[in-house]
Design a protein around this ligand. Structure first.
Ligand code: CP
Ligand code: NVA
Length: 319
């Protein structure tokens, strides 16, 4: 097992990977590996005994919700699921007031929804650790699972070449660029110019990447980026809440589909396929690829649980 780096994250919220150093991210990944081993070896821990977490969901979820609920519950904690049909968040009550009340009753809060501002406010006004389970801007817990999966598959993430092909300005693409840049993964973004990420985030990530001697390249010419890639990653063309622009997106993104032809361009027989899921087969990825031998998406999905458990164990218990 990898040696655990020293980092004390007790009391800290997990809102975006921008707030975490490389050592802190490595600490969470090492802890996730330890927690995964614990579970696989049937070692029971009651690390969350007597603790409660509020799980606020304004958008649907399979992996994120189930990761939080099972990870917290199986170690003695009590998760409470709150959909927008259940609570007043921002409707009849301000986010600040909801934060104050939930913070007085729960040990932690998870928020999945539209606005990053909401999750930031929950953190500011609740006085308990708050976790971003996806907003329009970021999806940071996803990226921990992605890096852990790359580490497990290749033995080490350092120097790996990852290409994300698709919507370059969505929550997953932007968070992945931040995470890769911070931990030493080369990040290549194949996206139409219309969907480029904001330049200030790209510039910030280039500073992180420079420290690791890695690259960030963005191009609308997918063929130029493909040679020697180790990981091809994609996400849906239409994110939750953007259904109105579906036709326009399909037109823009059709030539960025991940398929066998694209894998041939990598010239790397060992290149693998990743996707945060849920996936739409024959849109952003062909069934042949996602269901084929190059795909490591199920391992990636399972790792959501242990990386999320690590975030809770580190921020609630100082593990
Ligand atoms: N990848 C991910 O966040 O999945 P869910 O939307 O199912 O939580
Ligand atoms: N970009 C996608 C990610 C889903 C996990 C969305 O926001 O819908």
């Amino acid at each position: 097992m990898m040696e655990q780096k020293m980092a004390n994250l007790k009391g800290k919220s997990f809102l975006t990977l921008r707030d975490f150093s490389k050592d802190e991210i490595f600490h969470l990944l090492d802890l996730a590996t330890k927690l995964k081993d614990e579970k696989k070896n049937n070692i029971y821990s009651d690390r969350f005994k007597g603790k409660t977490i509020a799980l606020i969901f304004e958008k649907r979820s399979t992996r994120t919700r189930c990761s939080f609920e099972t990870a917290f519950g199986e170690n003695g904690g009590f998760p409470v699921f709150l959909s927008t049909d259940d609570i007043q968040l921002g409707q009849k009550e301000t986010v600040e007031d909801t934060a104050r009340v939930l913070g007085s009753m729960f040990d932690a809060i998870q928020y999945r929804g539209f606005s990053q501002e909401n999750v930031n406010k929950l953190a500011k006004f609740s006085n308990v650790p708050v976790y971003n389970g996806l907003t329009d801007e970021y999806h940071p817990t996803q990226i921990l699972a992605d890096i852990l999966t790359i580490r497990e598959h290749f033995g080490n993430e350092n120097g790996i070449k990852l290409m994300y092909a698709g919507d370059g300005r969505n929550n997953v693409a932007i968070s992945l660029m931040i995470g890769c840049a911070k931990v030493g993964i080369n990040f290549y973004l194949a996206t139409p110019k219309e969907l480029n990420p904001p330049q200030e985030i790209v510039d910030e990530c280039k500073i992180y990447a420079k420290k690791n001697n890695t690259e960030i390249k963005i191009s609308d010419q997918i063929k130029d980026l493909a040679p020697n890639i180790d990981v091809i990653y994609t996400d849906v063309w239409v994110s939750m809440g953007e259904e109105k622009v579906a036709a326009e997106r399909e037109k823009l993104l059709g030539r960025f589909q991940v398929n066998e032809k694209l894998f041939q361009l990598t010239n790397n027989e060992k290149a693998v396929f990743m996707h945060c899921l849920p996936a739409v087969r024959e849109k952003e990825v062909t069934a042949e690829i996602i269901d084929g031998s190059r795909s490591i998406v199920w391992q990636q999905a399972e790792n959501r649980k242990y990386t999320i458990k690590a975030v809770m164990a580190a921020t609630l218990n100082g593990e």
